[in-house]
Design a protein. Structure first.
Length: 144
């Protein structure tokens, strides 16, 4: 099995380079014909979210729709696919940062109690725990 890099998914989604977009389409078509699957690491999903937001200015809800559509493609095998499904539901219709939500769901999928953070906005989501600020040198972090 071969894995995909972020730029392959981005070319497929935004088609900003016609030649590369056609190459990705052909790659996907060949995978479909030969009943092969292409692996999509969770980090590629996270980076794709960032690129679609920061570089292309795509709305979060549109990104969630696109991710959901990608999850339905039988040629794509996503790392932590149940985590991605669990992430899309709560993210839809909310103003939470998508990257933060994905991090929290990924950690939860690996049985972590929470994600420790200094980010007050992220800490509003159940999967995060705000670290007391300021942190004093030599002071133990919560849970340690």
């Amino acid at each position: 099995m071969k894995a995909l890099d972020t730029n392959v998914l981005v070319r497929f989604l935004v088609k900003d380079d016609a030649e590369q977009a056609q190459q990705v389409y052909s790659l996907f078509k060949q995978a479909e014909i030969h009943q092969q699957r292409l692996f999509v690491p969770l980090l590629v999903v996270l980076e794709t979210i960032w690129v679609l937001q920061a570089v292309y200015g795509i709305d979060d809800q549109d990104i969630l729709t696109v991710l959901n559509d990608l999850l339905l493609m039988p040629i794509l095998l996503f790392e932590s696919q149940p985590v991605l499904h669990a992430f899309i539901g709560p993210a839809t219709g909310n103003n939470y940062d998508l990257a933060d939500l994905l991090i929290a769901h990924s950690a939860s999928g690996l049985h972590c109690e929470s994600v420790l953070t200094f980010d007050k906005k992220a800490a509003k989501f159940d999967g995060f725990e705000l670290i007391g600020y300021p942190h004093k040198p030599g002071q133990n972090l919560p849970g340690f």
